[in-house]
Structure formats: C-alpha cells, structure tokens
Write a protein that binds this ligand. Sequence first.
Ligand SMILES: [Zn+2]
Length: 321
Amino acid sequence: MKQLVTSIMVSLISFSSFGQTDEAYNQAIESFQNYYNVKQYDSIYGMFSDNMKQLITPDVLKMQMDSFHELAGEFEAFSLLKSLPEEKIFKVTHKKNIWEYQMTLNDENMITGLKPQPHTSPDVKVIERNTTKMIVPFKDEWYVFWGGTDVVQNYHVAHENQKYAYDILMEVDGSTHKGDSKNNESYYVFGKDIIAPCDGKIVQIITGVHDNIPGELNPGQLTGNTVVIETGLKEYIMFAHLKQGSIVVKEGQKVKRGELLGQCGNSGNTTEAHLHISLQNQVELFGATGGKLFFEKILVNGEIREDYIPVKGDRIKNIEN
Ligand SMILES: [Zn+2]
C-alpha cells in the first residue's frame, strides 16, 4: 500500500532576489493568471529565470500545474498581502479555495521563485493534541498501517494538513485481503462499521464518491466519502475513504460516542480499503493543521494503554465491544 492521500502542495524553489517594483510583480502575477487559466504552461515556463529552468523541466511544470488545477480550480482574483524587499506574498482566490503565493523576481523581472500555499485564517489556532476523550472508531481489532509522530512510522507527518493522521485496516496472517485482490469485498476491512469516537456534531459530509478498483487512485476526490465531527471543544475529527452509500449521519446532526457513522471503504485517493482518520484544527482539510490524536484507554497488542498514540504495527481495539 502506497501513500493514500497525496500531498496537495505545488512548490517551486525560491532564490533570494532584488527589490523589484510592485508593478513588475503585478504584471508577473497577472500574466501567470492568464496563462494558468487557459493551461498555457509553456508560457508560464517562459517567465522563469534560467536558474528555475535548470531545476524544473516543462514536463514537470505541466504535471504540477495540472494537479494544482484539479485541486484549486481557476485563478479568479489576487491582492497583495505582504511586501518584503526580496519577495511579495499575494492572496489568490481560486475557484475552489484561497491560496497564498510567495513570489520572487530577479532584476530582469523573471520569476525566480513561486510557491503557492493554502491561505489560513489567523483566527484558527493550531491544536497540538486532543483534549476530548476518544475511543477507537471501530469494533474488533484493527491494524495500524501508518501511525505515530515520526515520518518513518507515519508518512502523513510530512503533510501539514494531515500530520499525525492514521491509516488503519484489518490484517490477517500478514495480508489485508483474501481472494481476488481486485475486488473490494476481498479486503477484511471493507464494509466494517465506523463509529463515533466521541460525542460531537457532524459538520461535514462528502458522499457519492465511487469505491475504487483496488490499486487505482482518484486524485480528484482526495478524501472520498468523508465525515467530519466537531467536538464540544472545537476539535475536528476527519474520517476519509468511506464506502459509497454507507454514511448514515447528516450535517448538523449530534452524535454520541459509539454511534454508527458509516462503513470503511475504498473511495478517494486510496489504493485499498482502509480508514484514514485525523485531528484537524478546522472543518476543511484544505489549509488545516493536523494535531496528535490520542486515545483515552484502549487495548494495544492485547494490553491496556492509556492516553496513547498508536504507531505503525500496533493492533488496536476498544476495551468494550
Ligand atoms: Zn491516510
């Protein structure tokens, strides 16, 4: 199983530069906007400095821009957010979400650095860890495929918005499935109930995403069928890749710990059935910062552990059910 939710960042390398005028920057970003919206990426490439061209080929730029298009949609408007001597930061409204572009130009007004990052509201505070007490959101014993706080045990750590997320599935005798590997029903975890780990309110539902044929990805709908719970302490728990048609809760609904949410599936950017669960500081994954998700009191490899972060290789289960 490879990475299950891809990175949503496009980033180009930045070089320090000289103080160009606001007008030069405005012209550069306007040209970028025009070329980007009609997918004329060769013209964007033509705006790059020689240094940039040594680091990125037109083909790679095209790939990055295509996936950025998928994620962000059309470039609608921009405004200058921050002006530093060697770079400008623009707030850029795309059709689907808002970004901050960090841009640098050289003395010939060629682009020497361009880095779009999700725009985050300064009012949203980072949540280091949950205070809300959690059980694990399933019955029986599941296997932690990715989990923990370092990038070796948990590739999610490299991604700000899903830092410390878990990918959890079921494993028997070293395998996640039995029978035809191209059939979702062969996977032990496919269709298993996902339950609320705590009391809360449902604040986001995404439905209608098909379950992939195992091995195939759906990068246009990263999280697939999704549920987000808001706890009383404004901590957000996101459940991704649920089975199509399985979600039984509605937006605005209050749920109790242990209540059924839906079933584990293989929808979105995932190669096989598993549950992706993470703690976020806001409803939207885009622009969120992930936090450490601790479980109050659970069985880990058969032993009771309290206030615990499961790590790769752990077999975890609630004490009851
Ligand atoms: Zn994941």
